[in-house]
Design a protein around this ligand. Structure first.
Ligand code: HGY
Ligand code: MN
Ligand code: MN
Length: 413
């Protein structure tokens, strides 16, 4: 089948979606259920309608745009990703999988192909942890891996609950209705930028993902004793930030000491109260991100961090509350889907590399309920989660071509 990817239209759409942001371009910030997120959703849904797809949205805003197959009663093939973006991000993270998935469907239809199985494009809600502190909120609920009752009470930093935020964005209904029955999809594929530099360094145009690293995150609240930054002598202080600083350095040291380069850790959020230069910090709220492809090694780092918290708080006379937000197993991709992606690359004479994903994605949770794999395209310098994130039109076109070929193959399996 001769497939023509209209990469100019696709790049124009990616740029237009990138301009739907809470910040001025090239900065993309599109936090879930904000006005920019809602506008971004409307933008993509309009393109899906124009392509003749049938749209439905669930109670948390996961959005499904279906291309009806010849056998609509067969389990569909799914593809998609997210369009929410963390603060100060770029325009390709997630969106390449959504708009690239749409373009793959348009190219197949344009080539006169009619799938046996329906093909369904998904926009997952809140892949990023920015607002509610946990990543992949929509796909966790979809796959039944998150308790709806607990999720509905998640609060953002302003105390707004998930229920209130989703309702204000137009999504109501019981969160328990989001979960899909097992076997709902016959297969799922997500195209995404690599967010690392391996493909670019090895000059390989595509990555076929065989596993997804196991993410974990902690919330650590440290309560010390405030006071005048000049008058209180050092021996009398219980400085919450300096305790936090020791713990933050221990996050890095614990990851480094695992013996594997696959173990990583950082502290991405650190709120200091009261935040006045001449006031000893009395409270610090930190969010810690620890990952590894090996779950046991990751968990040993979490235990070390908890041990350090105990030691530091005892020595400094402060209190620490450590809350485990999530500690997910790694995602294993399905050989059938991996091989179908590999074959599609070969069909189009495109070199590829089998690799693991160090970033997590909605595919991590989709792999729990459907045979799943991912397709990576290179991003310049491996840069992501920054406004200078960039994927070339050539990479985007090559990825979309292979995605289209793979969706068609899976729709016939
Ligand atoms: O953090 C991640 O791995 C993803 O980009 N949200
Ligand atoms: Mn991201
Ligand atoms: Mn992403």
């Amino acid at each position: 089948m001769k497939l023509d990817i209209d990469w100019e239209r696709l790049v124009t759409e990616l740029d237009a979606l990138g301009a739907i942001s809470q910040e001025a371009p090239p900065v993309v910030t599109r936090v879930v259920f904000t006005e920019a997120d809602v506008r971004g959703r409307e933008f993509v849904k309009k393109l899906c309608r124009e392509a003749g797809l049938i749209i439905r949205e669930d109670a948390v805003g996961n959005t499904f745009a279906r291309w009806a197959g010849q056998n609509p009663e067969f389990e569909p093939v799914g593809t998609g990703s997210h369009i929410d973006a963390i603060p100060n991000a770029g325009r390709f993270d997630g969106t390449v999988g959504v708009l690239g998935g749409l373009e793959a469907i348009r190219a197949l239809a344009h080539a006169g192909y009619r799938p046996r199985r329906s093909i369904e494009l998904i926009i997952f809600t809140s892949e990023e942890p920015t607002r509610f502190g946990i990543g992949c909120l929509g796909s966790r609920l979809l796959s039944g891996l998150l308790d709806p009752a607990a999720a509905s009470q998640y609060k953002d930093r302003d105390g707004v609950t998930l229920d209130a935020a989703r309702s204000a964005a137009g999504f109501d209904g019981a969160l328990s209705s989001v979960r899909l029955p097992p076997g709902y999809y016959s297969a799922f594929v997500e195209m995404h930028i690599e967010q690392g530099a391996i493909l670019e360094q090895r000059d390989v145009p595509l990555g076929v993902v065989t596993a997804i690293a196991a993410p974990a995150s902690l919330k650590i609240t440290i309560e010390g004793e405030g006071g005048h930054a000049g008058a209180v002598l050092l021996p009398d202080r219980h400085d919450a930030f300096l305790a936090a600083a020791e713990i933050a350095l221990a996050v890095e040291a614990s990851a480094r000491s695992s013996g594997s380069r696959d173990t990583v850790g950082t502290v991405g959020v650190c709120d200091v109260f009261p935040g006045a230069v001449n006031s000893i910090p009395s409270r610090v709220r930190m969010e810690v991100d620890v990952r590894d492809v090996d779950e046991a090694r990751r968990d040993s780092v979490l235990r070390k961090i908890e041990q350090v918290c105990e030691d530091v708080t005892r020595r400094r006379g402060v209190q620490a509350r450590v809350e485990l937000v999530n500690a997910d197993p790694p995602g294993r991709c399905a050989p059938r889907v991996v091989d179908t992606l590999a074959k599609s690359c070969e069909t189009h004479g495109l070199r590829f590399e089998r690799m693991i994903s160090r970033a997590y994605h909605d595919s991590l949770f989709m792999s729990r309920i459907a045979p799943t794999a991912m397709l990576f395209i290179p991003c310049r310098g491996g840069v992501s989660h920054r406004p200078d994130e960039y994927a070339s039109p050539e990479s985007i076109a090559q990825g979309t071509l292979v995605l289209a070929e793979t969706l068609a193959s899976l729709a016939e399996q």
